[in-house]
Design a protein around this ligand. Structure first.
Ligand code: HEC
Length: 259
């Protein structure tokens, strides 16, 4: 009986913890069906390519992506642009190189091996251009925020008029999902803002989803490999369990009959 109470106590403790951690997440993020969630999840290539387009055409004027190189766009498990496409993308940017034989720095078209071109020279310049707020580097932003990809997806659609009684300074906007509800980034998305090359309708929801998918990949480029490895490991463990079970049976079979 004592044991029963002990188990009951642990059970209640466990359930209590579950509830309290749920309650701690005050904000309910917008839901959508991510293709990459779950143990078999994979990125939707088309969504990654569209997400790159949104990042490039909208976000990259303020947010850097400093850990990504143009060649990453070709790699398996990512947007998987063709080599030609990625070369063309890289070549549309200019990077500073040098010094040349005259000791001078010069500009040249970017190559696959170059990192994504930064929108500002440095952090101070970025702040100066954004009213003192720093647009964070986006490469691993999904990992740096509590709600992860759901948070970013929601944030992009979370702009609202401030409730009565809340006053906002110049350059500060009201966002349902931002910590403290005040954000120094204006609403970036509006229907039809980009023209998707694959013909998808560029609604705000669609762009938010695509760019969030892209940011999920930049933050976790090996997600698909990880899922595949996890699946293999589980199959391996199941086979091993069966083998061990039967060898155990066999090894002990004589002992049992003798008893
Ligand atoms: C005009 C410049 C500008 C553009 C364009 C822009 N942002 Fe921002 N963004 C900012 C600034 C500035 C901040 C910092 C806001 C703050 O700290 O209040 C920010 C912050 C963020 C944050 C972090 C919020 C947090 O939790 O701290 C996310 C996520 C974000 N931006 C996503 C995007 C996405 C996605 C795009 C493209 C669709 C985009 N931004 C385009 C300027 C910009």
């Amino acid at each position: 009986m004592k044991k029963f109470y002990r188990v009951l106590f642990l059970l209640i403790l466990f359930v209590g913890f579950q509830f309290s951690s749920k309650a701690a997440e005050k904000v309910e993020y917008l839901k959508t069906d991510w293709s990459f969630k779950g143990p078999f999840g994979k990125f939707d290539r088309a969504a990654l390519q569209r997400g790159y387009q949104v990042y490039q055409e909208v976000c990259s004027s303020c947010h850097s992506m400093k850990y990504l190189s143009y060649r990453n766009l070709v790699e398996k498990g990512g947007p998987e642009f063709s080599l030609e496409q990625a070369k063309a993308i890289a070549a549309s940017f200019e990077v500073k190189d040098g010094p040349n034989a005259d000791g001078e720095m010069f500009m040249r078209p970017a190559r696959l091996s170059d990192k994504f071109v930064m929108p500002y020279e440095n952090e101070k310049a970025a702040q100066a251009a954004n009213g003192g707020a720093y647009p964070p580097d986006m490469t691993v932003l999904v990992k740096a925020r509590g709600g992860g990809v759901d948070y970013i997806y929601s944030l992009l659609q979370g702009y609202e008029d401030p409730p009565v009684g809340v006053s906002l300074d110049d350059g500060v906007y009201y966002n349902k999902y931002m910590y403290g509800n005040k954000i120094k980034m204006s609403n970036q998305l509006s229907d039809g803002l980009v023209e998707y090359s694959d013909g998808t309708n560029a609604s705000v929801e669609q762009m938010a989803k695509d760019v969030s998918t892209f940011l999920m990949w930049t933050a976790e480029p090996h997600l698909e490999t990880r899922h595949r490895m996890g699946f293999k490991a589980i199959v391996y463990l199941i086979i091993l369990t069966v083998l061990v079970y039967f060898s155990m049976k066999r090894i002990w079979s004589r002992v049992k009959t003798e008893v």
